[in-house]
Design a protein around this ligand. Structure first.
Ligand SMILES: *Cc1c(COP(=O)(O)O)cnc(C)c1O
Length: 431
């Protein structure tokens, strides 16, 4: 009864991501979560294949993260960061500087991934403005890129692929290279980067930075590409005096098999955006790191201040949980876990490649993607319920059925997810 009432109220009054208030999508109420399991209000328990959008890498209701949050809440939930500092922010900054590339020495704490991207964009523009290069204020990114939902971030995301195209006329006009398609370094050809090279060589005088998601394009299409592409981008940025921003918000903290995806290319960015898994999925927090070169460049005229300061900047509760999450990760055998998930995803998803409706199956680290020939939009009236009826939480979008489970998932739970994908594909084949 209560449950029906809740869902009715929700449908009438609450927006969910990318939804219409007049045609609300099917919604399930979650009452608790533990490990890789979500318990729904109707009593069912389902296996989470999404890690709540890349974030709950250690699973839900983790004793150590709970403990960290409780301890912090009893001393100080929040205090403004203007003119004040605190141990959780200092500890977290120290950890982030420690685990990222050595040249990244300065940390800006943002309140969400999109804001971390906004801050990165500001840093790059301010850097060049402070050198008197006021023409350098445009950005070069990839087609299929996704960098967030705020206006600066939208403007460097794919201009056509459906997330933001209605805002085209109000967004800043940036440059887009074709989405990288070379997946393995051994298949690399010079022609893979021809258009990118041409864009940066023609426009470097007006380019503040290149911004890309390293190795995995997430919400813009779940596409993978090879480390060599990143190495080439780094070299071109150096050659043409353009900063490199890496948006690791989706890939950070082990998802692709290394702590950060850029490590596979053996390069480092001038500016790095972190988010999503930063607090192990407990609460919202993001960070933008930059090199001393960028930070000192922004302050070049002696008074250059970075113009950003969100109210909940460096929220102590979030910083404290983030510290604990990083410790839990680094103390665990996460590399083996991710490797094992990868091998199991390859073994159990690849067979679906032979199904007629499947265009491609791909796996990287703890990410498994089944790309279909046709978008699923017309299936959305029955598909979400059908998926939950299989005992799993998987949320397809466009032509993609994909999973990125918590790293702690056990073999049989992961099999439930991959088997469910098979059942979903069977069902779709019959339509
Ligand atoms: C999710 C995401 C963002 C935006 O983060 P929010 O916390 O949702 O604002 C930015 N970049 C990438 C690569 C993402 O996956």
């Amino acid at each position: 009864m209560k449950q029906t009432e809740n869902l009715e109220f929700d449908a009438q009054h609450i927006w969910h991501p990318y939804t219409s208030v007049t045609h609300p999508s099917i919604i399930h109420e979650v009452v608790s979560a533990e490990g890789v399991h979500l318990t729904l209000a109707d009593g069912r328990t389902i296996i989470d294949g999404m890690s709540s959008w890349w974030s709950t890498i250690h699973g839900y209701n983790h004793p150590r993260l709970n403990q960290a949050a409780k301890q912090q809440i009893d001393s100080m939930s929040h205090v403004m960061f203007g003119g004040l500092t605190h141990q959780p922010a200092i500890d977290l900054a120290r950890k982030l500087i420690d685990i990222t590339a050595e040249p990244l020495q300065k940390v800006f704490f943002a309140d969400s991934g999109s804001i971390a991207v906004e801050v990165a964009i500001k840093m790059a523009i301010q850097y060049w403005f402070a050198q008197g290069k006021t023409k350098k204020k445009r950005f070069l990114s990839f087609r299929n890129a996704y960098h967030g939902d705020t206006f600066g971030a939208m403007a460097v995301s794919d201009p056509e692929n459906g997330m933001h195209n209605m805002f085209e006329s109000v967004l800043a006009k940036h440059l887009f290279a074709p989405a990288p398609s070379c997946v393995n370094d051994k298949d690399w050809q010079e022609s893979d980067i021809t258009e990118f090279r041409q864009l940066i060589s023609e426009h470097h005088g007006e380019l503040a930075a290149v911004i890309v998601e390293p190795l995995v394009q997430g919400a813009g299409g779940m596409r993978f590409y090879c480390p060599e592409y990143l190495r080439q981008i780094r070299a071109l940025c150096d050659q043409y005096d353009v900063l490199l921003i890496l948006d690791e918000i989706a890939t950070n903290f082990g998802r692709t098999g290394t702590l950060f995806a850029y490590q596979q290319a053996d390069i480092y960015p001038d500016i790095l955006c972190l988010g999503k898994a930063l607090t192990g999925g407990y609460m919202t927090l993001a960070a933008t790191l930059c090199t001393d070169k960028v930070a000192h460049g922004i302050a070049a005229d002696g008074s250059g201040v970075l113009m950003h300061g969100p109210t909940f900047m460096a929220n102590p509760l979030a910083c404290r949980v983030a510290c604990e999450s990083i410790d839990v990760l680094l103390e665990s055998d996460w590399q083996q876990k991710v490797k094992k998930i990868e091998q199991q995803l390859i073994a159990e998803l690849m067979p679906y490649q032979s199904m007629g409706l499947v265009k491609e199956v791909r796996v990287k680290g703890a990410i498994g993607v089944v790309e279909l020939h046709q978008p699923l939009d017309e299936q959305m009236d029955w598909l979400p319920k059908f998926i939950v009826d299989q005992g799993v939480w998987i949320r397809p979008f466009r032509n993609l059925i994909y999973i990125m489970p918590p790293f702690i998932i056990q073999t049989d739970d992961l099999s439930c997810l991959t088997v469910a994908i098979g059942v979903i594909l069977e069902q779709l084949s019959k339509k």
